[in-house]
Unconditional design. Sequence first.
Length: 231
Amino acid sequence: MIPFFPASLSLTFLLLPRPSLSLHPSQGVSLGDPVTLRCHLPRLAAWVWLYQEGGWLYPKGKEKEQDAAEFSFVSTLRVHAGRYRCQYRVSESAEVSVESDPVELVLTDLRYPPSSISLHPEQHVGTGTNVTIRCWNKDYGATFLLHKDGSSEPIQRQDSSGGGTATFTLFGVTPADSGIYRCSYRPWHYAFMSSPLGDTVMLEVTPTAAPPGGPPGPKHTTDPIVHPQTH
Ligand SMILES: *[C@@H]1O[C@H](CO)[C@@H](O)[C@H](O)[C@H]1NC(C)=O
């Protein structure tokens, strides 16, 4: 008897492991730079597709089965910025894998004016101080990203309020928050385009407590008023 599986399609999806997609270089790609999207195949595959969300489909047939497929843009254009996924098919069947997790290709357009930045209350503060960093552009509605030198990912992101400004707060800073900060922004109308990194501010946090004016510290818990004499 020939087996008949009405559910064979969903069974197939479980059998072909999910590919993964990576971007090279992984960040800091400017408009006009080359970039490669590499689809890593957990099984040798004959066909690989790269999808751009809401955009193009890039199919690729391999002459020889391979464990990765590369899709390269020699010179990136604005239309290449976006969110990508890949998918593959093995040669001996029509089985198609599930899609990879998405990867975002963000392109820096050096024509966007860099973000301005200011820091409050001052560059040198004591541990426990709340520090605010304000970033602004020339009134583009945008999402601002706060970068700290030495961190590969932005440490905070925030939509601008009126006037093209975003205000980031670092609550109760410690010496580990010392460093150099900059902002970039992504205009709302071009979510995958970025300004270059802007001006820098430096923060130096000393290990001493913040000066008076903050909330009551732990020392107040031993204040005599906590242990009243009630004879
Ligand atoms: C820091 O901000 C938090 C939340 O607004 C506030 O509760 C706290 O009192 C502030 N600390 C200082 C030292 O100002």
